[in-house]
Design a protein around this ligand. Structure first.
Ligand SMILES: O=c1[nH]c(=O)c2[nH]c(=O)[nH]c2[nH]1
Length: 296
């Protein structure tokens, strides 16, 4: 029986970087959270602490800043690919890289009806995301969004589920449906107009959430993924994680009042968590390593 070092990667997580484009007096900003991980021949450091092949995570962090200066950051997918390619092409032991970027949304502060040149307000908690995995000469892109909070005040039902001795939930044909969408979609290639694709996919998801008469959040998840795959040929699969942000009808009878689906208690926990992948049946499944750590 022997013991071997299994799949591994290392890097700098959550480099917070803000860039200002000063090309004109009308500035634009990018606000990113960048994480890098390198994969390759790192047996020595794990076995003996010999770091001859270990590009420090500190240098990885500095590379994020340096490459952001050398060329405008642009779309997060392009920046992530530049970073990953840089590590794989310049460090011989590095055979693969994974770069994760979350982008925070800012909008111009309206002043006298027009967006200000250099003052911004954070738009919401929503983040645009990408995860770029480089393996040798191959590049894989999984982009997405996080924390897109949505709510339907009607058009949602939940009934017909099994009942047992622990069931207390009342069936309903009219409830609030609310969630914070985290979605990731895998692109079939890197030949994509990233910004246009992102905007289109986000719009499709929102529209489908709004227009689906839902009998379960699971059904909404599937419909949202299906609509993206039907309309966006560049996407191979969509993964979603949807917390069911429960809204419970408050019992107003205690006060001698009727509650006609108007007053709710918004619970924050526990919450149902509905997750799933919607995929084309004619593409190979993605290795889990494109989504998370290798085999973690
Ligand atoms: O859309 C829902 N799916 C469930 O699986 C579930 N379970 C639950 O208690 N409420 C809901 N709602």
């Amino acid at each position: 029986m022997g013991i071997v070092m299994g799949p591994n990667q290392y890097g700098k997580s959550e480099c917070r970087i803000v860039t200002v484009d000063r090309g004109s007096s009308r500035h634009s900003i990018k606000d990113l959270n960048v994480s890098t991980s390198l994969r390759g021949d790192f047996d020595d450091t794990h076995h003996t602490g010999d770091n001859a092949k270990v590009l420090p995570t500190d240098t990885q962090k500095n590379t994020v800043y340096g490459l952001a200066k050398e060329q405008p950051v642009g779309e997060i997918e392009d920046f992530a690919m530049r970073l990953g390619r840089h590590f794989v092409d310049t460090q011989q032991p590095v055979t693969g890289a994974r770069v994760l970027i979350d982008e925070y949304a800012w909008e111009r502060i309206p002043v006298g009806g027009a967006g200000h040149d250099h003052s911004f307000a954070r738009s919401s908690d929503e983040k645009r995301t990408t995860a770029v995995t480089i393996e040798g000469s191959e590049t894989h892109v999984v982009s997405g969004l996080k924390d897109l909070v949505v709510l339907k005040s009607t058009g949602s039902e939940f009934w017909g589920y099994p009942k047992d001795r622990f069931t207390t939930l009342a069936e309903t044909d009219d409830r609030i449906l609310a969630t914070a969408v985290t979605a990731r979609w895998r692109y079939l290639s890197t030949d994509v107009d990233w910004a246009k694709s992102f905007e289109a996919i986000r719009e499709i998801m929102l529209e489908t959430f709004a227009t689906t008469h839902s009998y379960a959040l699971q059904q909404s998840l599937y419909e949202m993924g299906k609509a993206v795959l039907e309309k966006r040929p560049e996407v191979a699969e969509v993964r979603m994680s949807l917390p069911n942000k429960h809204h419970f009808l408050v019992d107003l009878e205690r006060f001698g009042m009727e509650n006609e689906n108007e007053v709710f208690f918004a619970a924050d926990r526990p919450y149902g968590l509905i997750e799933g992948t919607v995929t084309r049946d004619d593409v190979d499944p993605a290795p889990t390593a494109w989504y998370s750590l290798p085999e973690f």
